[in-house]
Design a protein around this ligand. Structure first.
Ligand SMILES: *[C@@H]1O[C@H](CO)[C@@H](O)[C@H](O)[C@H]1NC(C)=O
Ligand SMILES: *[C@@H]1O[C@H](CO)[C@@H](O)[C@H](O)[C@H]1NC(C)=O
Ligand SMILES: *[C@@H]1O[C@H](CO)[C@@H](O)[C@H](O)[C@H]1NC(C)=O
Ligand SMILES: *[C@@H]1O[C@H](CO)[C@@H](O)[C@H](O)[C@H]1NC(C)=O
Ligand SMILES: *[C@@H]1O[C@H](CO)[C@@H](O)[C@H](O)[C@H]1NC(C)=O
Ligand SMILES: *[C@@H]1O[C@H](CO)[C@@H](O)[C@H](O)[C@H]1NC(C)=O
Ligand SMILES: *[C@@H]1O[C@H](CO)[C@@H](O)[C@H](O)[C@H]1NC(C)=O
Ligand SMILES: *[C@@H]1O[C@H](CO)[C@@H](O)[C@H](O)[C@H]1NC(C)=O
Ligand SMILES: *[C@@H]1O[C@H](CO)[C@@H](O)[C@H](O)[C@H]1NC(C)=O
Ligand SMILES: *[C@@H]1O[C@H](CO)[C@@H](O)[C@H](O)[C@H]1NC(C)=O
Ligand SMILES: *[C@@H]1O[C@H](CO)[C@@H](O)[C@H](O)[C@H]1NC(C)=O
Ligand SMILES: *[C@@H]1O[C@H](CO)[C@@H](O)[C@H](O)[C@H]1NC(C)=O
Length: 445
């Protein structure tokens, strides 16, 4: 070994975390392990311990192998710059037994991240969840226990996450939990499978028990909810959003747990394009009784609460199954059990300037329960045409040759602006696979 090489080698050996004052620069172990996928998690943890308070953590432009869970919480006045790739390992047995609990639905996360006055900048770097292994293992099932969310923003105040890119997330890509004033700007998520198995449960953005949230300029290509505001999300603004392939923008599902009422107040979703998706702009709650729901892996229902002051504004739908929906029994609809029992009140919800095409002959289905009819539900300038009708073709396989707007238990229906022309039946889940007939029944599989 010549002297020059030795000097270089020593520099690199010391280089997992190069600490210059309050800045920690990270380099991957693979640089000195002949390219092997040696775990970089310990040095990542060390960088955040050293520079997580009043400091800066920089991931250099290299591939980092993340083989063990990351817990980088309680940061304070910290800037993070992601310039390289974070490649999460595909050791499914490991992640299923070691990922960190996020409490909600017994779910877990591969990276718990958070703090106060923190900025996370994606500067050309990205999070590679290597989700293909998870999609294949999941075989189109739902909520596989221990399948981790990519990154959870937890217990954070004044957190900005700008230009985060998540490629093939393992499960939900981002989750905001127990936080206040969190902004995700220019988020990019691409959950696309290259096998016969789909990308079930690859939500783009979910929030729970959090206040004052912004999500602006997001592109989310996935196989489940694009954005989902869950219980106790308040003062959420989502704008300039592109959603492709999943199940649209939703409040819910909520009402799963009787001991934890869900309040979703003051939420605005605006300037949204939804393309080739099952759903568009909707609200989904569990039924009012407890039912074992294998498709969701758990018991659920019986939860109460309130959804109030919600606006869906300036949406462009392009080939969307159910463009507008309100369901109070999204998981029991197929079995038609307890659909009419929800005591979760929904009121003061507006759909405004909603245009584009539905995949079938239905534009909207608003189903409120007998227990809690919905006051102040309004449509303003909603114009949706089925894909067929927009091409001048007749509807196929149905006797209904016009667009349907279903309503059940809408208080003040006549002044709502909804051109209700059919009762919303109690068997609508969020999935629809064909036109609706004269009796209001849809092809559900
Ligand atoms: C971090 O900076 C704040 C002021 O910005 C200061 O009060 C605090 O002592 C610093 N903490 C550490 C560990 O240096
Ligand atoms: C995460 O790290 C924090 C310290 O920042 C610690 O208090 C907490 O217990 C850890 N959580 C888990 C689940 O390991
Ligand atoms: C949450 O963050 C605060 C600082 O804002 C800290 O004092 C508290 O210990 C954190 N809680 C947990 C469970 O980490
Ligand atoms: C919210 O966080 C941002 C940084 O992301 C900060 O500029 C702003 O002042 C915070 N707002 C409040 C009310 O603290
Ligand atoms: C998403 O990923 C798929 C599969 O890798 C790729 O074909 C597609 O171009 C990506 N989309 C974008 C917008 O990057
Ligand atoms: C899995 O689900 C996806 C999306 O829903 C679908 O396209 C695919 O055909 C399904 N795969 C199998 C093998 O059933
Ligand atoms: C979002 O995109 C718009 C239009 O490109 C741009 O003007 C705005 O600054 C972006 N917002 C953020 C927070 O980057
Ligand atoms: C939501 O907040 C209320 C109090 O405002 C609380 O009673 C309820 O348990 C919270 N629900 C959740 C899901 O945290
Ligand atoms: C909803 O917004 C109004 C007006 O900004 C505010 O007064 C109210 O406190 C907000 N509600 C919640 C639960 O934050
Ligand atoms: C409803 O929420 C919006 C933010 O989404 C807020 O600007 C408005 O003041 C709220 N209205 C009421 C009556 O709380
Ligand atoms: C109905 O909604 C409008 C606008 O969202 C709001 O100003 C009004 O206070 C609501 N009325 C009731 C009775 O909730
Ligand atoms: C609704 O949209 C269709 C096609 O986009 C258009 O032909 C029609 O004029 C619109 N109707 C109204 C009332 O705006």
């Amino acid at each position: 070994m010549n002297l020059w090489f030795l000097a270089l080698w020593v520099t690199l050996v010391k280089a997992w975390v190069v600490n210059e004052g309050t800045t920690c620069i990270l380099y991957p172990e693979s640089l000195v392990h002949k390219g092997q996928a040696v775990d970089d998690s310990p040095s990542i943890q060390q960088a955040f311990e050293t520079c997580g308070t009043n400091g800066t953590v920089i991931f250099s432009d290299n591939v980092f192998h993340v083989n063990t869970v990351l817990n980088t919480t309680n940061l304070l006045n910290c800037d993070v710059h992601l310039r390289g790739e974070l490649r999460f390992s595909t050791n499914i047995p490991y992640w299923r037994t070691h990922s960190i609990s996020v409490v909600l639905q017994d779910q877990v996360t591969a990276w718990l991240f958070g703090g106060t006055n923190v900025n996370f900048y994606g500067e050309g770097g990205f999070y590679n969840g290597q989700g293909q292994a998870w999609y294949n293992a999941n075989r189109n099932e739902s909520n596989q226990p221990g399948r981790p969310m990519s990154i959870t923003f937890y217990n954070s105040t004044n957190l900005l996450v700008d230009r985060l890119r998540v490629i093939q997330p393992q499960f939900w890509a981002t989750f905001v939990w127990d936080s206040k004033n969190v902004s995700l700007t220019n988020l990019f998520v691409n959950a696309t499978s290259n096998s016969k198995w789909g990308t079930m449960n690859t939500d783009g953005y979910d929030s729970w028990k959090s206040d004052t949230l912004l999500i602006e300029n997001a592109t989310i290509i996935n196989g489940d909810d694009c954005i989902a505001a869950k219980g106790n999300t308040t003062n959420l603004l989502a704008r300039n959003i592109y959603c492709e392939g999943g199940t649209g923008i939703t409040i819910g599902s909520i009402g799963q747990y009787p001991d934890m009422p869900d309040y979703v107040l003051n939420a605005t979703f605006e300037n949204v394009k939804i393309k080739n998706a099952m759903d568009g702009a909707y609200i989904k709650t569990w039924q009012g009784t407890r039912i074992y729901t294998p498709s969701n892996g758990d018991w659920g229902g019986g939860g109460t609460g309130l959804v109030k002051n919600v606006t869906f504004r300036n949406f462009e739908m392009d080939n969307v199954g159910l463009p507008i929906q309100l369901s109070q029994c999204v998981y029991s609809a197929d079995s038609n059990k307890g659909c009419n029992t929800s005591t979760l009140q929904i009121e003061d919800v507006k759909w405004q300037n909603i245009h584009g095409t539905s995949r079938f002959n239905i534009a909207s289905s608003i189903y409120c329960s007998d227990e809690r009819p919905c006051p102040n539900i309004t449509f303003d300038n909603v114009n949706i045409t089925s894909v067929n009708a927009s091409l001048g073709l007749p509807y196929y396989g149905t006797d209904v040759q016009h667009e349907l707007f279903q309503c059940t238990n809408v208080v003040g229906q006549n002044g709502s602006g909804i051109p209700c022309n059919q009762a919303a039946p109690s068997n609508f889940s969020q999935w629809i696979y064909g036109n609706v007939d004269d009796s209001g029944l849809a092809t559900l599989s």
